[in-house]
Design a protein around this ligand. Sequence first.
Ligand code: NAP
Length: 250
Amino acid sequence: MARVVIVGASGAIGGELVDAYAKDTLNFVYAVSRKPDSLKWCARENIQPVSLKGGAADEPMVSAPDDEDLARIARLIGADGPLDRVIVATGMLHSNGIAPEKSLKALSYESLSTVFMVNAFYPAMVAKHFIPLLAKHEDSVFAALSARVGSIEDNHLGGWYAYRASKAALNMLLKTASIEARRANPNALVVGLHPGTVDSDLSKPFQSRVPKGKLFSAEFAAQQLHAVLESLGPEANGRVYAWDGRAIPF
Ligand SMILES: NC(=O)c1ccc[n+]([C@@H]2O[C@H](COP(=O)([O-])OP(=O)(O)OC[C@H]3O[C@@H](n4cnc5c(N)ncnc54)[C@H](OP(=O)(O)O)[C@@H]3O)[C@@H](O)[C@H]2O)c1
């Protein structure tokens, strides 16, 4: 049985990734979320909800789950044995009082640090606690949901300073972790993933600009990402892949 961890399981894409992996009854899925009660599919026998504290959206300054709580859930999940897949599907684009910036005038220390905290530092802290738990004798993968707009080379439009920069930082954190992970575990892969533009709370305020036919359902995006992840070879380590299996330039 393969053991799979999805962090951010209450999210649109996170929830559908849980479903995509749990459909295979040979997988056992740990569905990690700050809101495990809202998880719709927990009746399945091969899904275990795991509750994470912190990161409340109604806090004046949005935070992310703390180091101690991540250590607690890593101990809990790790006690069952090594992990085959760990996928971090968390992230934010807007929240109370935070919106993607169109201009330098809109930057603030508060919104920059909040978006970096949730999009870059939080997945890195999950990596700190979960990469050491990856299986060593079989192929294993740590992946985090990034975004095409985090590509520095691909930035032709500008705008969205905090979101873009936090995803570029995430890509660098993943690349660096991919080098370290390989030293201890030659079978491990560490990658970033871009799901395409997906119908979710995160994208809702910006969907009117999406060309017809280009807004994916979360179910479609998760199925694509599942297929991409399961097809990657050793050369993928440290890179970022889109929903269609193509690598995204840094
Ligand atoms: N939707 C798109 O068009 C799109 C495009 C490119 C990239 N992405 C990326 O894909 C990922 C998933 O996006 P989505 O569309 O599924 O968004 P979503 O439905 O809003 O889900 C995001 C999840 O992230 C977690 N989260 C949000 N704020 C948090 C905080 N302060 N602390 C801890 N966890 C927090 C929550 O999971 P829990 O409540 O379960 O903990 C939330 O359900 C993100 O990284 C996003 O940047 C999305």
